[in-house]
Design a protein around this ligand. Structure first.
Ligand code: G6P
Length: 446
């Protein structure tokens, strides 16, 4: 890696989240000199790419730093000689997410972007595209790190680790960072004084121990959580339903906001149906927020990240991304939670599977900190989700209908094999355009 400046390529660069990333790089320019930032998109995203790209240029100009912003629809051109590649794309755009969220609801099943049937289908659409990007990287920038935020980040990382053409792969999510910030807020202290041992899977991660100034305070935090102190942990896209206090006491570790889908399934479904009636699915709400954001981004006088971006669920994602990239670049050896190869860090998860866990970050990448094993009460659920993720990855890679049915049926949010098959069939048809692996033309001798 060049010490005099690095090249970052962001695929899905036309995303409304991009100003976050640009702000993150600007803030850290003194330690992380990003000299070239290439924002890449597809033809359908060209208009958004131009709008957000122009805003990025104004932000950089205002900051007075020599960061070149390049906008392109040519991914291969952009990838040449990259040091870091970040992926934040959405196959099928928000319209596909609307289907992921809406169709399961008809069957009385939670419709969510990364959990249940929605997560399964987002994985089926996304994994082949990301594996293609990895192939291009192997050819055009074999030494670069791929940092993926594209959801479902856990399954995408699992697929890259098992089938990717490159080894330097990390999955990233804002949930652990959000938990960290939320805990600091609850304690009324600066976040640097708090440390959390994270372990689990993406959107299924637990805070096993919480420390303040190095002293373990997990029990005190649980007391606060059950004593009515607002947590501020939950991102904008998830209803902040209260936990059953005695349950949290009994659990004794910090769940992530997404655990509500599993421990509060019926309440979450009720809530989802209610907001669906009122304002449509989350993706429909996000579509409106995006329209407003892009209107703001068009303003030639705007040269900062507008605060309205905080209405999106991905707050802090740029902190997670830029801190990670900076720690690799500067060989910091600090601790950050990322999605990486388990390598025995959690005993009950296969070594070669992706886990979301606190890692020491050096220029060699993340080294997970071994925890022994997860506590018995959560171990089973985590393993079940990992089985779902592995079968989903197999289905995404092979386009095998039966594997997809298996994945749908073993997901804990799907109540029966019959309903699983009904949802699967309807969703396969609805997403046909983005699932070529399931609709291969039959050859003559078949
Ligand atoms: C959370 C998740 C992200 C997800 C986002 C969705 O923060 O951790 O993985 O992308 O919310 O937010 P949105 O505003 O798109 O509903």
């Amino acid at each position: 890696m060049k010490k005099d400046g690095i090249k970052v390529v962001t695929i899905g660069g036309g995303s409304s989240y991009t100003p976050e990333l640009v702000e993150g790089f600007i803030k850290r320019y003194h330690e992380l000199p990003v000299r070239e930032l290439w924002l890449v998109d597809i033809p359908e995203g060209e208009e958004k790419l131009k709008i957000v790209g122009e805003l990025a240029k104004r932000m950089v100009k205002k900051a007075g730093i020599p960061m070149e912003i390049h906008l392109t629809l040519d991914r291969r051109e952009a990838l040449k000689g990259a040091d870091f590649v970040t992926t934040q794309l959405r196959v099928g755009l928000l319209d596909a997410r609307i289907k992921d969220e809406k169709i399961p609801l008809k069957y009385g099943v939670i419709g969510q972007e990364t959990n249940g049937p929605g997560g399964l289908f987002k994985a089926l659409r996304t994994i082949p595209v990301i594996l293609d990007i990895a192939k291009d990287m192997a050819e055009l920038c074999p030494d670069a790190w791929l940092i993926n935020f594209t959801n479902p980040a856990g399954m995408v990382t699992e697929a890259l680790l098992r089938y990717g053409a490159i080894k330097k792969v990390i999955g990233l999510c804002n949930v652990p960072v959000g938990m960290h910030m939320g805990v600091a807020k609850m304690l009324g202290v600066q976040s640097q004084r708090v440390r959390i041992d994270f372990a689990g899977l993406n959107h299924m991660v637990f805070g096993l121990n919480v420390y303040l100034d190095g002293e373990k305070i997990t029990d005190k935090l649980i007391e606060l959580m059950t004593g009515g102190t607002p947590s501020g942990i939950t991102p904008a896209n998830i209803p902040d339903l209260e936990w059953e206090k005695d349950f949290i006491k009994a659990l004794g570790i910090l769940p992530c906001p997404y655990h509500r889908y599993y421990y509060q399934t019926s309440k979450m479904l009720e809530q989802e149906l209610e907001s669906f009636q009122k304002e449509g699915t989350r993706a429909e709400v996000v579509k409106k927020i995006e329209e407003e954001l892009f209107e703001l981004y068009k303003d030639p006088n705007l040269d900062i990240k507008p605060p309205q971006l905080e209405k999106r669920g991905g707050a802090y994602y740029s902190d997670a991304a830029c801190n990670l990239i900076s720690s690799i670049y500067n060989d910091k050896g600090d601790i950050q939670p990322v999605n990486t190869r388990n390598n025995g860090a959690i005993a009950s998860i296969p070594d070669e599977s992706a886990v979301e866990i606190s890692c020491v970050i050096t220029k060699e990448g993340p080294k997970p900190i071994a925890i022994g094993d997860l506590p018995i009460p959560v171990r089973g659920l985590v393993q079940q989700i990992k089985s779902f993720e592995r079968v989903t990855v197999e289905a995404a890679v092979t386009g095998d209908y039966h594997k997809a049915l298996l994945a749908m049926t073993i997901n804990p949010l799907v109540p029966s094999d019959t309903i699983a098959k009904q949802i699967l069939d309807e969703m396969l048809e609805a997403h046909k355009e983005y699932l070529p692996q399931f609709f291969k033309p039959k050859s003559d001798n078949q």
